[in-house]
Design a protein around this ligand. Structure first.
Ligand code: URA
Length: 242
């Protein structure tokens, strides 16, 4: 997908080139994995405020959550019903990081409460854990319109909130769900394929916390034959707890 800012859009307009809005994605949650490819051009607004949040400015998780709920640092706040800071055990050993809220999450202000969330709950149960034992958050805290991929400036503005959450929870293992959160957490190039990210024990920044990448539950709902591979990823994550 090509993201256009306002200036480039104006230039294209002056050149007589039409801008097409993206087609609507099925409203089942943020589903970066395997979205229909194509040469869609989507208009994404420029940031209004380029000052970046400092992840060290928060005293506790509640402060992070309340900053997220009031955040207006990128245009995503205008269309959200609720920001979705994340939820879980503040001293969790496991942290699961998704992409961005979908429709259900936006309505409820809670992460992974739609169909993808049901599958995530099953994945967590299969590990012998309950949802309230782990911490669940997203890379992006507000729903991108029509569940489009988040733009780079949206990711950059939001990144310090997730960093603060990880620094406070100090999990023993992080599971990145899908390519958006994996690339963000590993600072990987936006084109790095999942095949290069999965199947290895990465480390989160300088903390040394093991980080495992697996498929996003929304992708697994569409490609159930990949669940076996995702289970291998979760076992790899569990092996880091020994
Ligand atoms: N998909 C995500 O990545 N996060 C959610 O919270 C819901 C769906």
């Amino acid at each position: 997908m090509t993201i256009l800012d306002r200036r480039r859009t104006q230039i294209l307009g002056q050149m007589g080139i039409a801008i097409w809005k993206s087609r609507l994605y099925p409203d089942e949650g943020a589903t970066g994995e395997g979205r229909p490819a194509g040469n869609r051009i989507e208009l994404v607004e420029e940031p209004e405020n380029i000052e970046i949040v400092d992840s060290g400015q928060f005293a506790n998780l509640e402060e992070v959550a309340s900053a997220v709920r009031g955040c207006q640092r990128c245009p995503l706040y205008r269309e959200r019903k609720n920001a979705v800071p994340g939820r879980g055990n503040p001293a969790a050993d496991w942290m699961f990081i998704g992409e961005a809220p979908g429709r259900d999450e936006d309505l409820q202000g809670l992460p992974f409460v739609g169909r993808s969330g049901q599958l995530l709950t099953s994945m967590i149960s299969a590990l012998g854990l309950a949802r309230d034992q782990v911490f669940i958050a997203n890379a992006i805290k507000c729903r991108p319109p029509n569940n489009r991929d988040p733009a780079e400036h949206e990711v950059e503005q939001c990144k310090p909130y997730l960093k603060a959450q990880i620094d406070m929870v100090k999990p023993r293992v992080i599971v990145a769900l899908g390519r958006i959160s994996a690339r963000l957490l590993l600072d990987a190039h936006e084109k790095t394929p999942m095949s290069e990210l999965r199947g290895a024990v990465h480390r989160y920044e300088k903390t040394g916390i093991p980080l495992i990448v697996t498929y996003h539950p929304a992708y697994l709902l569409r490609s159930p034959d990949q669940k076996r591979i995702a289970w291998q990823d979760l076992l790899l994550a569990r092996s880091q707890m020994n």
